[in-house]
Design a protein. Structure first.
Length: 131
């Protein structure tokens, strides 16, 4: 399976919407060998994290993906440029609204997810089981 034990990175230019189709193709190249369900879940979760960073946190800086050695998970990490803006878990979505489901999907798909911050960046990460 690709990227086992190493992280692969995809960098984004500032102010440009993430090219989601290209990102999904990149993910498929990096994660060759994971099952179709794992790949579909990884693509959906990554799309949600990238869209959130673009829409709410001044854009995406970098996407990283890995399959940590000895673990049956795919780890997705998305960096953005707004460390003070923390993702909020939405408890109730307006069924008519096209927004508000991203983190609910991330929570439903992943085994665990979280946020790490540092000087000038924030990383939202999630782990997806390899099925």
């Amino acid at each position: 399976m690709g990227t086992t034990g190493t992280r692969q990175a995809y960098e984004f230019p500032s102010g440009v919407a993430p090219p989601l189709g290209k990102v999904r193709a990149w993910l498929r190249d990096q994660l060759n060998g994971v099952g179709r369900i794992t790949m579909a879940d990884t693509e959906l979760l990554t799309t949600e994290l990238l869209t959130n960073a673009h829409e709410h946190a001044d854009g995406v800086a970098e996407l990283r993906v890995s399959v940590p050695s000895g673990r049956d998970v795919v780890r997705v990490e998305v960096d953005d440029r707004r460390p003070r803006l923390k993702p909020r878990r939405v408890t109730k979505q307006d069924p008519a609204s096209p927004h508000g489901r991203g983190l609910a999907l991330v929570e439903a798909i992943s085994t665990t997810w979280g946020v790490d911050t540092g000087a000038g960046y924030k990383t939202v990460w999630a782990e997806i089981p390899v099925l």
